[in-house]
Design a binder for this molecule. Structure first.
Ligand SMILES: [Zn+2]
Length: 280
């Protein structure tokens, strides 16, 4: 691979470019953006074994690794702007999550986006997939970051003993408003607030039921409002989320696996963008 660093006296001016699209994340070990080590904030320490980050890859880095040489841009000059984000261990399926990718100094700004998508989808097969890449303007960064989608989730839930899920069936397809205090697990970096978010149980499947129909494992399909803490909607987070799946079943439950099955478009029809040229 040729050096992506600008040559001295390069004849071409470098241009800032933006493109947007959607990503599907097919694995449970991939953060959306660079996951800097909280201990050293990227400088390198014992906890991160000198790497400065806690995972080797991220959606951002998998794209950048191919995009930066593709557009002949300096290796580190990129930003990733997602329409929200899922946890590292959550897959992002369906039609994927919208994002804008920003490259600061592209010396080949006309390189093909279609070709980039093909490269990424080939090299990252089974982990990451890019859909619908198109050029956009800087203004899309703020727009995409402010998008609020309801989401359809698939969950694998474990109760601490075999239970009857009848109390959940009674609530199927009903919209319930939860009160959620900021979860314990993020309270150290976010203000402790209480918010209200709705969820709807849309399907229940009991896995490996015993003769009485009880089981400690079941899968759920849940639709929820933008910004719902979905793992806490299951566990109850020691009473910080009310009600919860655990409260309805009167048994402690945890969400063992979580997938975003799709983003649900709410309200206004999706605007069409994409005619924009690379912008300076
Ligand atoms: Zn570190």
């Amino acid at each position: 691979m040729s050096s992506p660093e600008p040559e001295k006296g390069a004849p071409r001016a470098a241009t800032r470019i933006f493109f947007e699209g959607r990503y599907r994340k097919l694995v449970r070990d991939l953060p959306q953006t660079i996951f800097h080590c909280p201990e050293c904030r990227g400088r390198g320490c014992a906890r991160c074994e000198g790497f400065g980050k806690l995972t080797k890859d991220s959606v951002q880095e998998l794209i950048a690794r191919l995009a930066m040489p593709h557009f002949r841009a300096p290796r580190h000059g990129h930003k990733f702007h997602g329409a929200g984000r899922e946890d590292v261990d959550v897959r992002m399926l369906g039609r994927g999550r919208p994002f804008v990718f920003e490259i600061e100094k592209a010396r080949e700004p006309e390189a093909s986006l279609e070709e980039l998508a093909r490269l990424v989808n080939e090299r990252c097969a089974g982990r990451l997939e890019l859909l619908d890449l198109r050029w956009c303007q800087r203004a899309r960064v703020a727009e995409v970051k402010e998008e609020q989608h309801a989401k359809d989730y698939g969950l694998l839930v474990r109760a601490d003993h075999p239970i009857d899920v009848a109390p959940l069936r009674e609530r199927l397809l009903q919209r319930v408003v939860l009160k959620q205090r900021t979860p314990e697990r993020v309270a150290h970096r976010r203000a402790d607030l209480e918010r209200e978010r709705w969820i709807e149980l849309r399907a229940i499947e009991v896995l490996e039921p015993d003769a009485s129909g009880r089981s400690s494992r079941f899968s759920l399909a849940i639709r929820s409002e933008h910004g719902t803490y979905i793992k806490e909607a299951v566990s109850g987070d020691a009473g910080r989320t009310q009600p919860s799946v655990s409260a309805w079943l009167e048994a402690p439950c945890v969400c063992e696996e979580l997938d975003v099955l799709d983003l649900v478009e709410v309200g206004s029809p999706r605007k069409e963008f994409g005619a924009g040229l690379p912008s300076a």
